[in-house]
Design a protein around this ligand. Structure first.
Ligand code: GLN
Ligand code: ZN
Length: 759
């Protein structure tokens, strides 16, 4: 049977056992040469093609593989190499751009839309010349053909490439359009020589954003021009993470072959299917979630596909993943320890491949066409959906009742009332000094945690070790004169995992790695069921630490929005409802902390901004529940209990009113690298609450001098009055060494004394 009905936007490349990570890191530390990396890469590419082929996927990618990042690959393809690297060649050039070298800083890296994947930001300039280097694309295509598949080629589209770049010479990136487009044309010309017919996937995720007219007006000329290069090429323009309705309407009037739309995170894509139907375009319907780990609910998807095929003839519908599978873990086959009931609900990358081909066959060709094995899979899928609807692992009646009965959703007292009482009772000075929570995680601390987990260390021995570390942290903080202390967080491997492990409804994987950037991977926990807190999570550590000092010990919690945004979240409930359950658990923790004598509690919201929707029109709804749930999380705090929050960034311009509405008494933020520039917004809007702008950059091993920090503090004082300012580092210190942290904090405290003496 010849069919062309299943399409995978892209596949993870790090390897099922993170082979690429290991090879790269070995090479970077000079323990092997580049040929070893190349051969691991080829092996992985072949294995990944085999997985897709065996699953019956019809459209399999090349050039989705990368040794570091696809945007970086595209920059190399266009020869968009910043001046400081132009002398270098091949892998030295490539990895220097990604990671910097002795002489030159690395290129900037930033988040890929609202995912946790980071891409390298191309640096463009009117002075530079751009020209084609198609070698990687050509080589991978040939490798795939040799391997025995007829692949498609993936590239990043010109509008997305430009839109995500920055100008090193200042000015608008789109001014470079006329320099970049000819290189794309040359690339297509080269691609056309590879075969009599080539499928070319051009990723244009930028089209899911609210674009200005100027950018949209480039769309038709771009795709008219690219389509004209060769009749050998079938162009598929693919968008994901949101709807792209404005762009879709335009693209339908260009000679491209197909359009890839995300029906999971861009439901609105359905709204303009009639237009698509009127055109001659093929629809790559993204119906298998590329960003989550749950089994597809075949029934729901089947009815979605039915809606599509009532408007479009089946010959013009191909089922696809909603985006590249890069954002999901590789395969369930290494999950040996997972609860078997929970495991039945999951599908990682490899499992999604067979879901996709089964779905394509089921919906486009009918149930009768399924093989015996597929019929079994269909049965398992039905069972999983049923069990998720009723399992007591997921549904907790008591908790649901507790959520419904929440009546107190905000703290007592206005900020003005609270702060007066707090200042009096807590008695801290202006420019009070503190830190963000964690202290260096030494080898010994990490080892103790691991040994405890694996059963090598008894709970008593482990507790003793952690307490000794806390003792040291307290002693050092007292010695150097810090005013508000922290316990140092030695018991936490990670600010989400630590809480997830203690909350009911949270699950963990053994091998659920997802690429974050380059060779770095993260293993997010997942929320599968109703969240509740069986018992206090931090109280013992905080009260122990408080017992060791007369100074104020700050309690340390992760906030509901961050716990949510850094996890895979159940898809059978709105995110805001999940977040509310977490908020309740944190609220109870806040209450327990204050009842055992903790007077200040910091609720970290490091990932608050990350959860922002890509479309303006959806922001209000997100902010509404995100703010609501932060407030619920701290609603139990008495007026005299001071609530701090911390966010790891400093660009608050767009969200300053929202931050204010969260109503924390104190917020610490990251500002060391930007001086007082980014603090100004707080003054401009008349922000009332107290602010702790970071005075030193914790991402660097450098020890800042007293003078430097004096200057920094004086600059802050130009913006906000001393009564409103706290002094602290940018973020937690866990990734630093004690040798760096100690002198830095001593200098920070000295700097504060110096400034206090002057004013
Ligand atoms: N309290 C946490 C720490 O200090 C905050 C970490 C973060 O903001 N990423 O490590
Ligand atoms: Zn931080």
């Amino acid at each position: 049977m010849s069919k062309n009905s299943s399409y995978v936007v892209g596949f993870p490349r790090i390897g099922e056992q993170r082979e690429l990570k290991k090879a790269l890191e070995k090479f970077w530390s000079k323990q092997c040469d580049f040929s070893e990396v190349k051969s691991v890469a080829l092996e992985l590419k072949q294995r990944h093609w085999a997985y897709q082929k065996d699953a019956g996927v019809d459209f399999i990618s090349t050039n989705d593989f990368s040794l570091y990042d696809n945007m970086l690959d595209m920059a190399i393809t266009l020869n968009a190499v910043p001046k400081r690297f132009q002398e270098l060649k091949s892998e030295e050039l490539y990895f220097s751009m990604a990671r910097g070298n002795k002489n030159s800083v690395a290129m900037e890296m930033t988040k890929w839309f609202n995912t946790n994947y980071h891409y390298i930001v191309p640096e463009l300039s009117l002075e530079d010349e751009y020209n084609l280097d198609a070698s990687k694309i050509v080589e991978e295509y040939k490798e795939a053909k040799e391997f025995g598949i007829k692949p498609k080629i993936n590239i990043i589209g010109p509008l997305t490439f430009l839109g995500l770049s920055k100008r090193s010479d200042g000015g608008d990136v789109y001014e470079l359009y006329s320099k970049i487009l000819p290189v794309y044309k040359a690339l297509l010309k080269e691609i056309a020589t590879l075969d009599t017919e080539v499928t070319l996937q051009i990723d244009e995720p930028i089209l899911v954003k609210d674009l200005d007219v100027k950018v949209l007006s480039l769309l038709k000329p771009t795709y008219d021009a690219l389509s004209k290069v060769s009749s050998n090429i079938n162009i598929a323009v693919v968008t994901y993470f949101e709807h792209s309705n404005e762009a879709t309407k335009i693209l339908l009037n260009t000679p491209i072959w197909a359009l890839g739309l995300d029906f999971i995170y861009g439901e609105e894509n359905s709204e303009i299917l009639e237009f698509t139907a009127l055109s001659d375009k093929v629809l790559l319907a993204g119906v298998v979630d590329g960003r989550n780990i749950w089994k597809n609910d075949f029934q729901t998807t089947a009815s979605l596909v039915k809606n599509i095929t009532t408007l479009l003839p089946k010959e013009r519908v191909i089922l696809s993943t909603s985006c590249s599978l890069l954002h999901t873990p590789f395969s369930l086959k290494y999950e040996e320890k997972m609860d078997s009931e929970i495991k039945e609900w999951l599908a990682y990358g490899v499992e999604k491949l067979s879901e996709l081909s089964l779905l394509a066959q089921l919906t486009l060709e009918g149930e009768a066409s399924l093989s015996e094995e597929q019929k079994r899979e269909l049965e398992l899928n039905k069972r999983a959906s049923e069990s998720r609807k009723t399992s007591t692992l997921i549904h907790d009646k008591n908790l649901q009742k507790k959520v419904e009965e929440i009546t107190k959703t905000v703290r007592d007292g206005t900020y003005e009332e609270r702060i007066k009482i707090q200042k009096r009772q807590l008695g801290y000075a202006d420019l009070a000094t503190t830190t963000i929570g964690s202290f260096p995680q030494t080898q010994e601390v990490r080892q103790a945690r691991r040994d405890f987990k694996s059963g090598l260390l008894s709970i008593e021995a482990y507790t003793k070790k952690m307490q000794e570390y806390i003792d040291e942290c307290v002693a050092f903080q007292e010695e150097c004169g810090l005013e508000i202390l922290v316990h140092g967080e030695p018991e936490r491997n990670d600010m989400v995992e630590y809480f997830g492990e203690q909350l009911k409804g949270y699950g963990f994987s053994q091998n659920g790695w997802v690429q974050s950037y380059g060779s770095r991977c993260v293993k997010p926990p997942f929320i599968y069921g109703d969240i509740s807190r069986p018992k206090p999570m931090t109280v013992a550590w905080s009260t122990y630490a408080q017992s060791k000092t007369d100074k104020i010990m700050k309690g340390m919690l992760t906030g509901p929005v961050t716990l949510l945004n850094w996890s895979f979240v159940r898809d059978d409930m709105p995110r805001g409802d999940v977040s509310k359950q977490i908020a309740l658990a944190i609220r109870d923790e806040v209450d327990d902390l204050q009842n055992t004598g903790i007077k200040m509690i910091q609720v970290d919201e490091a990932a608050f901004k990350e959860g922002y929707p890509l479309r303006e029109s959806k922001i209000a709804a997100y902010e509404e529940w995100a703010v609501r749930d932060f407030k619920i999380a701290v609603s139990a705090a008495k007026v005299e209990t001071q609530i701090h929050t911390h966010m790891c960034y400093s660009e608050f311009n767009d969200i300053i009113r929202t931050i204010e509405a969260m109503d924390a008494d104190v917020i610490s933020i990251e500002t060391a690298r930007s001086g007082n520039e980014l603090l100004k917004i707080f003054a401009e809007v008349g922000y009332k609450q107290e602010v702790g702008p970071g005075v030193y950059d914790i991402h660097s091993p450098r020890v800042p001098s007293v003078e430097e920090m004096v200057q920094q503090i004086e600059a802050l004082l130009e913006v906000l009055p001393k009564e409103q300012l706290w002094i602290n580092p940018d973020c937690g210190l866990k990734t630093r060494k004690w040798e760096e942290v100690k002198p830095s904090l001593i200098n920070m405290v000295t700097a504060v004394h110096t400034v206090r003496n002057k004013i």
